[in-house]
Design a protein around this ligand. Structure first.
Ligand code: PEP
Ligand code: MG
Length: 332
């Protein structure tokens, strides 16, 4: 098996009948970008930009952000021949991701229900200059390095939020072009689908964006009402729940209906039993931590798409987590 996985480090992933599935990496710093490329990542499917803002007393300047993105993009590009797509998530602070450098700007982060509080895109829509700064730094870094830039916004719950971030993005883009600076000819704009509200509004949201990336960790937390930071209930995350799979399936269906790429970037996508079923539901990009990449590519190649679609259909008919477990075990 080790040998099989070695081969996949330099190959693009497909099912046995050649349906393409992009296998990307979740990356949180420059070093991991390099590791990801060497592990066979075909792109970066989730660049968690929190690394830039955490563990420091002062918020990084736009110039500093630009330099960090350039260095990280290069670390990936220089170590792979498989692709140059990079999906960057704008700052996803708040809740379980507290940042002292933000407090002077947005105020005290202590909240009674942080998972339901001022987090992700909500911070950026309240403090738009922070978003503009990050977008400018990203566009300029992509213009300099030639990556295929995708930008995605976390914790989206409404269509209005998406329309507002698109307006802000357009204004920033226009301003940079007017200043005569190099920007990529095409930038893809997408959202994390990780709240039940976004899942329910998936069709309307699909019309607004270029792609979806399902944040299976938060989607699980909010669908099952399980706090991902509370060790008394986090054990539940190892159970594959029918409610969560059905939620994912409806998101994938909405994306497909409008011809938009649907990705999964939560931990579920790295589960070798579940990942091919996600592809069966219509997911065409999986993003995961680098050590899982080669394994998942090998698993996807074992059967044709129709087989994975049948598996998905069986799982979506299951009434309990135990039934799901049994179907997955029989499939091994
Ligand atoms: C998720 O919510 O599934 C996700 C990928 O993002 P994070 O774990 O950073 O919230
Ligand atoms: Mg999340």
């Amino acid at each position: 098996r080790a040998q099989e996985e070695q081969v996949w480090k330099s190959r693009l992933a497909t099912t046995a009948d050649d349906t393409r599935v992009a296998v990307f990496a979740n990356v949180g710093d420059e070093e991991t970008a390099r590791t990801a490329a060497l592990a066979g990542a075909e792109g970066i499917g989730l660049l968690r930009t929190e690394f830039l803002f955490g563990g420091r007393p002062v918020f990084p300047s736009e110039e500093e952000q630009f330099k960090s993105y350039v260095a990280l993009f290069k670390a990936f590009l220089e170590n792979t021949e498989l692709g140059k797509s990079i999906i960057v998530r704008t700052l996803d602070a708040g809740a379980d991701k507290p940042f002292p450098a933000l407090e002077p700007i947005i105020g005290e982060l202590q909240e009674a229900n942080p998972a339901l509080g001022l987090r992700g895109i909500r911070i950026h829509l309240k403090h738009e200059e922070l978003l503009r700064q990050q977008l400018r730094a990203l566009l300029l870094a992509a213009g300099k390095t030639g990556v295929d830039l995708h930008i995605m916004f976390p914790m989206i719950a409404t269509v209005e939020e998406v329309r507002r971030v698109k307006q802000i993005y357009s204004a920033v883009h226009t301003e940079i072009v007017a200043a005569g600076k190099a920007v990529p000819t095409q930038v893809h704009l997408g959202i994390m689908v990780e709240t039940p509200a976004a899942a329910i509004m998936a069709e309307e949201l699909a019309r607004e964006v270029d792609f979806f990336s399902i944040g299976a960790n938060d989607l699980y937390q909010y669908t099952m009402a399980v706090d991902r930071t509370n060790s008394r209930v986090t054990g539940m995350f190892s159970t594959v729940e029918p409610a969560v799979l059905r939620m994912i399936a409806r998101i994938a269906e909405a994306g497909q209906k409008y011809g938009k790429l649907v990705a999964v970037c939560g931990e579920l996508g790295a589960n070798p039993q579940v990942a091919p079923a996600l592809v069966g539901m219509g997911v065409r990009e999986l993003s995961m931590s680098p050590p899982s990449i080669a394994r998942i590519k090998a698993v996807l190649h074992r059967q044709p798409l129709t087989y994975w679609q049948d598996l998905a259909t069986k799982l979506l008919a299951a009434e309990t987590a135990a039934d799901i477990q049994q179907i997955l075990a029989e499939n091994e």
